[in-house]
Design a protein around this ligand. Structure first.
Ligand SMILES: Cc1cc2nc3c(=O)[nH]c(=O)nc-3n(C[C@H](O)[C@H](O)[C@H](O)COP(=O)(O)OP(=O)(O)OC[C@H]3O[C@@H](n4cnc5c(N)ncnc54)[C@H](O)[C@@H]3O)c2cc1C
Length: 339
């Protein structure tokens, strides 16, 4: 029987460690519980928030509605010649899935090692790291439509994946709850070393013919050295997206700042490194009250202990303002602002 708890602290459910309360809280361990939950019409009209690992959200204040925490478990896998299909409950921990696949030599996810959060949230912003995005291994997902109480399968095309974007963040925001995701992996490794840092670290280790396990270990090592561990210092990873700008604006910025860090982003487009822009404004490692930016990566905002969501939000606004003043570029928050 589904339990709805009241006045629950969300501190341990969000990686920023923000101490905000939820008015109502339901943990979902089976998809039937979603049907049961929404059979009660009061929840259709209540403000709602679906939560996985809480690693991509900033709770600005108490949540005066219903938190639906996804905890549907289970990993099923099937091999057909060189193809591997893995179907996974939305509440599984993303990195447990990566380890499950790497241990069995199922190739494709190794560059996405150690990203925090749940499997069910992975399509929401098309998670990505080190030259690979979720869409590269995604086959389909199964989702519950709140308004109709029915389930629907989304193909890759249906999801309209983009850079940290999907249909679930835009047209269909708040309408579906992802209950499981199906991945298409391979028994044949196609090692992706697009990011120089991986190649460099493999060379440091004397590895010339890397396995997917080597890549996974190296990616994990690089991440640990650059990013703060949320279990010791609250954060939600990159707070802002890397801005994508057109040729003309890029040329103006490059004239003034010849060493601007950038990557090609398609015809006539340039992706700027948001961390570099923020660092140039003097924010790297800065402490502001209980919050600040991470000493090794200015793109990550941190909770030094006891920060409120409002404090972190206010810092992010100050950063947006200073980056705009210096470069004329408006940073967009990657982290979901709740409240
Ligand atoms: C240290 C650190 C490093 C990170 N590095 C990366 C990185 O390299 N690349 C990257 O892409 N991200 C990164 N992130 C962000 C985060 O890990 C991902 O966005 C992750 O997918 C969030 O998963 P979650 O379960 O914690 O989602 P939550 O924070 O719980 O939710 C995020 C959003 O998804 C929605 N949501 C969650 N689950 C579901 C569901 N089942 N159905 C429908 N909606 C849902 C929520 O309502 C919310 O809007 C990092 C975060 C941290 C803390």
């Amino acid at each position: 029987m589904l339990q709805i708890q009241e006045n629950v602290s969300l501190k341990k459910f969000n990686t920023f460690g923000i101490d905000a309360n939820a008015r109502y809280f339901a943990e979902i361990s089976h998809e039937d519980e979603l049907v049961e939950l929404f059979a009660d019409p009061q929840w259709l009209t209540t403000n709602r928030l679906v939560m996985g690992g809480g690693s991509n959200m900033l709770l600005v204040k108490d949540f005066e509605g219903l938190i639906i925490r996804m905890n549907i478990r289970g990993i099923e896998h099937r091999i057909s010649q060189n193809d591997v299909y893995v179907e996974v409950g939305g509440g599984e921990v993303w990195n447990d899935l990566v380890n499950f696949c790497v241990d069995r030599n199922y190739a494709g996810m190794e560059n996405l090692s150690l990203i925090p959060g749940s499997v069910g949230a992975s399509p929401i912003q098309n998670i990505g790291a080190y030259g690979v995005e979720l869409k590269d291994v995604f086959a389909s997902c199964r989702a519950f439509e709140i308004a109709t109480g029915t389930f629907r399968t989304f193909t890759k095309e249906d999801c309209k994946f983009g850079y940290r974007e999907s249909v679930f963040k835009i047209e269909l925001a708040g309408q579906y709850i992802i209950v499981s995701v199906k991945f298409h992996l391979s028994l044949k490794a196609n090692i992706n070393l697009k990011y120089g840092a991986i190649e460099q670290e493999l060379a440091n280790r004397g590895i010339t013919e890397p396995t997917i396990e080597d890549v996974s270990k190296v990616v994990s090592h690089i991440r640990v050295s650059k990013l703060p561990d949320p279990s010791t210092i609250g954060n939600a990873g990159s707070f802002f997206k890397n801005p994508v700008i057109g040729d003309e604006q890029f040329r103006i910025i490059q004239q003034q700042f010849p060493d601007v860090v950038n990557y090609p982003a398609g015809e006539g487009l340039h992706k700027l490194a948001a961390g570099w822009l923020i660092e140039q404004c003097g924010w790297k490692g800065k402490v502001v009250g209980n919050t600040g930016t991470w000493k090794n990566q200015a793109l990550v905002l941190v909770n030094h202990g006891g920060a409120t969501g409002e404090e972190v939000y206010s810092l992010s606004s100050q950063i947006i303002d200073t980056v705009y003043t210096k470069f004329g570029v408006t940073l967009q928050r990657e982290v979901n602002i709740i409240g």
